[in-house]
Design a protein around this ligand. Structure first.
Ligand SMILES: Nc1ncnc2c1ncn2[C@@H]1O[C@H](COP(=O)(O)OP(=O)(O)OP(=O)(O)O)[C@@H](O)[C@H]1O
Length: 712
């Protein structure tokens, strides 16, 4: 195994770099740099607020679409819709408290937002998700401006664009909705990612906001002025004739981020933002140079359905938006559960985006180790979300507020450490924002017990339970069932005990159950196409994470081995393995060239020169991941490459090695290396004990695999 030689520099900090200056990696590297569109748009609409998201206390003027399609501003009472899928615990205050005028008003708003583009009674506003027939041809009005390298697109009210690719979207006039998030005139540009790994994104033109005091004529003139502003004289003529008072005018620009450039440097991901095999077979691409010039491929026919929202899905979203407005004594604590591939993460993103239309931040507790939303896999985390999620997890790897490294993609081997880690994260929840708890797809046996525990530990107010098909995947998590179910750590409360403690009283009140039936094609089945399998998605999340090392400028992509590693003495950081026993004299072989979690123990680590080994896995703050790319035994140094900023690294005193491995691609594709690839060898004997491919038989229950149940 080759290790680059690093010369020693004397600096006070135990984390030293070899290079001249310390790198300050931008943790939000995936977000685009402020673009020309942004600044120009701000000049045009200087009077508009830059961010339209509102604090909860804001009294929102509500938009209601009347029967005849007219849009009016409503401040009075609106009748809240009964929700047949809501099961409550009889006496719970969750419904009772939400009958105020404001609340009903707000509910009506939530409903009108959700109806946009979805089917409404009476046939008006036909469901966009269903209206696209095999042979339907959609006509888009847009124009590419070569000199400015952008496309101006006009969508008429109710029209939508379902697409693959990436772009930076600025709404110049009107307002559009993308996965629940409303983007309107005067807002910043938003990066959109629609890769083949997930269902395609749809940009949907919404009805004009009624808060606007502009007349139809003024709106039309303003929209035309914007088209003139963003297109040079020749291409704009044709487009101007299409602009009317209800047009949404959008600017699409090519998206170039460290993530897109880093992924683009691997042949494997050349077509990640192209069409999947089914879309290619169905000839779903609506070829248009004005789209392709900015990285977008419009979809047509049955492939242009995008997100499929069943009635129960829409009702659950609507109830949760209303719950945020309700007069509760505490914020909604929403737990989303369901079997694997039932659509939990997609629902979560839709819900977060919808909430962000009305509140500045939403908190998110990650309990799914395999398909994490914001962090690399194997990590449990608590994060405050303030920006919409307009792509799958690997496109928005972010630094969480608190994180614990578990080290595996599932929790079966140590349920106690898993639950204790989550409890430790929960202590940091502010209780000022709504929180969404994402759970694993493990809903049977011990997995079900874990769900019961989570509902009890966190005094969940709303459980969203997703299902699919005709058969049930797990017990329905009604409040009644919760009163009698046994968890892994918790047990049903005796009536007498309930009255004693405040937390017990909260638990006794029960939760609202929102059952969602997923009706999208392939619900419940693992994706079979390229980049859809769970291990591939985990690799993508890790690549997304390490793309934060790349510069935000247009510098060429640097492979991981080209980054100057930090060097840290063996005696300054403890080393541990989370998931198995490794003989102490083998641990450095195991750790070398591996992914490690950078953690902070509360105790001081001071070794006597040699490596400090941890006897058991701690539950402690993890600040990120790194690649331990070399161990210098002579000088007693570890060499680490990580995007974690140096200021944070100073607190790190523990490295944890887990079962999550580096994407093979990072080792087998090392651009610029002409001789033997570092860390990769063909000169390897499979005869050595322990060598060879490890086969994991996931479906088999192995006796003794799960630890003995605690007695409490
Ligand atoms: N409402 C929907 N309409 C269309 N496609 C969807 C919908 N919900 C999910 N999908 C697609 O189904 C696949 C699985 O979805 P998702 O990741 O949301 O499921 P999950 O339950 O979170 O999976 P896991 O159990 O692996 O965490 C993705 O490709 C996603 O794009």
């Amino acid at each position: 195994m080759k290790v680059h030689k690093i010369s020693k520099r004397h600096v006070k900090n135990k984390w030293r770099t070899h290079g001249k200056k310390i790198r300050f990696a931008d943790p939000s590297g995936s977000s685009p740099r402020p673009s020309t569109a942004k600044s120009e748009n701000e000049l045009v609409h200087r009077q508009k607020p830059k961010v339209k998201r509102l604090q909860k206390t804001y009294t929102k003027a509500t938009t209601v679409t009347s029967e005849d399609g007219r849009v009016s501003q409503a401040k009075g009472k609106a009748v809240s819709a009964p929700s047949p899928h809501v099961h409550t615990n009889g006496g719970t205050e969750l419904e009772v408290g939400s009958d105020s005028e404001d609340s009903q008003d707000w509910r009506s708003y939530a409903k009108s937002v959700l109806q946009n583009g979805f089917e409404k009674e009476g046939g008006e506003g036909k469901s966009v998700t269903n209206q696209l027939k095999e042979d339907e041809v959609i006509e888009y009005h847009m124009q590419y401006d070569r000199s400015q390298n952008h496309t101006v697109l006009i969508l008429k009210q109710g029209q939508s664009l379902c697409f693959r690719g990436t772009c930076l979207l600025t709404c110049l006039s009107g307002r559009v909705e993308v996965l629940g998030f409303t983007i309107e005139q005067g807002q910043q540009p938003y990066p959109l990612f629609s890769p083949t790994s997930h269902c395609p994104l749809t940009i949907r033109a919404m009805t004009e906001c009624t808060a606007s005091t502009k007349s139809r004529k003024e709106s039309q003139l303003e929209a035309k002025a914007l088209v003139r502003k963003y297109l040079s004289s020749e291409p704009r003529k044709r487009l101007l004739s299409e602009v009317d008072a209800n047009s949404c005018v959008m600017l699409l620009q090519p998206l170039d981020t460290p993530l897109t450039r880093f992924l683009g440097s691997f042949e494997e991901y050349n077509h990640l933002f192209g069409l999947n095999s089914k879309e290619l077979r169905s000839q779903a691409a609506l070829c248009n140079p004005a789209f392709s010039a900015v990285g977008v491929t419009a979809l047509q026919g049955s492939c242009a359905r995008g997100l499929v929202a069943s009635n129960s899905y829409k009702e659950a979203l609507s109830s949760l938006l209303s719950a945020w407005e309700g007069d509760f004594d505490r914020c909604p604590v929403i737990l989303v559960c369901g079997a694997k591939n039932s659509g939990k993460s997609t629902f979560n993103r839709h819900l977060i985006n919808s909430l962000l239309n009305h509140t500045a931040s939403v908190e998110y507790l990650e309990c799914d180790l395999g398909q994490t939303e914001f962090t690399p896999p194997g990590c449990l985390s608590l994060i405050t979300v303030t920006e919409p999620l307009l792509g799958p997890p690997f496109t928005h790897q972010r630094e969480p507020d608190h994180m614990v490294f578990y080290g595996q993609a599932d929790c079966q081997s140590d349920l106690d450490r898993y639950l204790d880690s989550l409890k430790s994260l929960w202590r940091h929840y502010s209780r000022e924002n709504p929180i969404i708890i994402n759970t694993m797809g493990w809903v049977k046996g011990h997995g079900f017990q874990v769900l019961v525990d989570l509902i009890r530990f966190f005094s969940v107010t709303h459980v969203v339970q997703l299902s699919y098909g005709e058969t049930t995947q797990c017990h329905t998590l009604t409040p009644d069932l919760l009163r009698s179910a046994h968890g892994w750590h918790t047990h049903p409360l005796a009536q007498s005990a309930m009255a004693e403690e405040p937390t017990n009283q909260l638990a006794a009140r029960g939760h609202v159950l929102l059952s969602v039936h997923s009706e999208f094609e392939g619900a419940g089945t693992a994706g079979e196409m390229r980049h859809q399998r769970s291990n591939e998605l985990r690799d993508l999340a890790l690549l997304g994470y390490f793309s934060q090392l790349q510069s935000a400028g247009l510098d060429p992509i640097r492979p991981l081995h080209c980054f100057t590693p930090y060097q840290v003495p063996h005696s300054a950081v403890a080393l541990g393995v989370t998931h198995c026993d490794v003989a102490p004299n083998h641990i450095l072989y195991a750790a070398n060239a591996s992914l490690v979690a950078l953690c902070c123990l509360s105790e001081k680590v001071a070794g006597r020169g040699g490596p400090v080994l941890l006897p058991q896995t701690p539950i402690c703050q993890c600040v990120g991941l790194g690649v331990l790319r070399g161990v210098d035994m002579a000088r007693g140094l570890y060499f680490l490459v990580t995007p974690v900023p140096p200021a944070t690294l100073r607190q790190v005193n523990c490295l944890l090695l887990g079962e999550i491995t580096l994407p093979k691609l990072l080792l087998t594709v090392q651009h610029g290396v002409e001789t033997e690839l570092p860390y990769v060898t063909t000169d390897y004997s499979f005869e050595v004990t322990g060598a060879g491919k490890v086969h994991v038989f996931k479906g088999l229950a192995r006796p003794g695999f799960v630890k003995a149940k605690p007695n409490n």
